[in-house]
Design a protein around this ligand. Sequence first.
Ligand code: UFG
Length: 327
Amino acid sequence: MTVLVLGGAGYVGSHAVDILLSRGYEVAVVDNLVTGHREAVPAGVRFYEVDVRDKDALSKVFEQEKNIEGLMHFCAYSLVGESMEKPAMYFDNNVGGCISILEVMQEFDVKHIVFSSTAATFGIPESSPISEKTPQKPINPYGESKLIMEQMMKWQSEATDMTYVALRYFNVAGAKGDGSIGEAHKNETHLIPIILQTALGKRDFITIYGDDYKTADGTCVRDYIDMEDLIDAHIKALEYLKAGGKSDQFNLGSSKGYSNLEVLETARKVTGKEIPSKMGERRPGDPDELVADSTKAGEILGWHVQNGLEHIIENAWKWHSSHPDGY
Ligand code: UFG
């Protein structure tokens, strides 16, 4: 039986492929290589360069991969700022891709899908930490596109015998422990990679976006989840569905928040570098604090966070310092 990893050449997907293989799963990968990297997928893995919106091409993959036990779906655009500038592109790629995937799953009678959703579906939450009961009110097209995808999955699972798990990631960071795969975006916007690029001297300084938030030190607070922990949740979710578990949604974070200044200090400690920084203006659309309540994932999936912020930054540093220009 095969796990078909959609978006398996991307940052999260490539780590899923790696950990699935290390746990003895058979894996095949679909990726259009728009943001993914062919080098991130091991040479022996069956690889299809296909855009999931291309239903005919995706059907051909399902024809060839006869024994698909489930899908992991990671292919989506995922930058909040970009989504504010190009909403239609986000809905076309994220929602359009999901339509095609659900249709092909139904056609080929594939029963299970684990899919990446996001804390961005919650918008600016009324309370913290954020549980599955917190109302979802996205404030940008990226979050809205993922919420629509969740709803499409819900209706599809009610209408057919397909089951799904939506995993709402908080701030994913980290890399494989040997530094061989990691985060490589063309225009990096995320805090930890930018801090580490500064540590490498690729940037002169990091700008911290605002220190007048309603938090202890005035900088935004986020909940960082380690890549290995994140993929472990996907595998537990797939096994849960295979064992007959019902469709569900889970918030995935460490349930502990770190301010941007705390992340910077931790990176200084881990790298031993000075990492020059400047305080800047707020970035539009940043909520003060986003921290997950992941109790439900613990209760139902048996998932518990193993790794903390230092471990996350240590592994990310191994990747960035050995691949300063990405793949
Ligand atoms: N930040 C800086 N300087 C930078 C980059 C980021 O101060 O150069 C700050 C941001 O303002 C924010 C924090 O670091 O306060 C984290 O920002 P990221 O861009 O790393 O991550 P976000 O919290 O904005 O977004 C992440 C994912 C999104 C997802 C969201 C859900 O990247 O895909 O979490 O909460 F939607």
